[in-house]
Ligand binder design. Structure first.
Ligand SMILES: Nc1ncnc2c1ncn2[C@@H]1O[C@H](COP(=O)(O)OP(=O)(O)OP(=O)(O)O)[C@@H](O)[C@H]1O
Ligand SMILES: [Mg+2]
Length: 259
């Protein structure tokens, strides 16, 4: 579903050149859940922006669904760390925003409206359709943002630390919801997180990036049965063991760099 071959990204900033990513070869299968971890500044957000078509790579190629990425695609959604809702629009019309911006949508507006109601129900926000964002908690706003990124049934969801500003409980709930959605809709997901444990609980595969420039340090398969939870996890030991291994991988690179 997603192919990055020999991808590199160099920025010419005011402070000189920054090589953000180098030699990234990543293939993500349809329906797969991949999480990306690595230190701050290692190029995780850049990698998502490349897949989203928000940035052309300086080298290598990026393809989605066997087509070279040349710009944003209707079937690829992007979810940010902050909900970024329009404050003057109701919950429902925030969810409907992508449909309204893109006039070439393939379904009728009424069908999308039904879908929006369905999604809001799925994340426990039925009855809140007419509220304004400021009337909701941060976690509820992020749920609205999740619905918005699902409204057009994306084939691919790119998620940049979407739950990191949330309290632990909400985070656990949303990560369970996301797994349910993924299993139900077989969406392909690339998810960036700073939490190693979250990366393990969510992923089919965890990609570990090295500090700048970001290269692929390792790819770890997670074979733990689903559903998995950050809370009552029947597989606490498995999650802890893999998390410890990933932790070691991340810090190992740092000591190599210091030499
Ligand atoms: N538009 C840009 N112009 C210049 N440099 C940039 C630009 N975007 C990113 N960079 C640089 O590229 C590197 C990677 O940035 P990126 O935001 O992808 O890191 P990240 O892994 O997402 O970090 P964090 O975990 O803190 O979100 C950083 O050094 C950053 O300063
Ligand atoms: Mg980032």
């Amino acid at each position: 579903m997603i192919r990055l071959d020999g991808v590199g990204q160099v920025f010419d900033g005011r402070e000189g050149r920054v090589t953000a990513l180098e030699k990234i070869d990543l293939h993500v299968r349809g329906g797969e859940f991949v999480t990306l971890i690595g230190r701050s500044g290692c190029g995780k957000s850049t990698l998502l922006r490349l897949i989203a078509g928000l940035l052309p790579p300086t080298s290598g190629s990026v393809a989605v669904a066997d087509e070279p990425v040349t710009g944003p695609r209707r079937d690829v959604s992007f979810m940010f760390q902050r909900p970024a809702l329009l404050p003057w629009r109701s919950v429902l019309s925030n969810v409907m925003l992508p449909v309204e911006i893109d006039k070439g949508s393939d379904r009728s507006k009424a069908a999308y409206r039904d879908r929006a109601h369905q999604l809001l129900e799925l994340v426990g926000l039925q009855g809140f359709e007419r509220r304004l964002p400021h009337e909701l908690s941060g976690g509820m706003q992020q749920r609205v943002s999740l619905c918005r990124s699902l409204i057009r049934d994306p084939q691919v969801m790119l998620m940049d630390e979407p739950f990191s500003a949330l309290d632990a409980l909400t985070r656990t709930e949303l990560s369970e919801e996301l797994q349910r959605i993924k299993m139900e809709l077989s969406t392909t997901i690339v998810f960036v997180t700073h939490s190693i444990e979250e990366a393990v609980v969510l992923a089919d595969r965890v990609v570990v990036l090295t500090p700048r420039p970001g290269r692929m340090r390792d790819v770890v398969d997670i074979d733990i049965p689903r559903p998995r939870s950050l809370a009552q996890n029947a597989y606490v030991t498995e999650v802890a063991t893999i998390s410890a291994r990933l932790h070691a991988l991340l810090s190992e690179k740092e000591s190599e760099d210091r030499r």
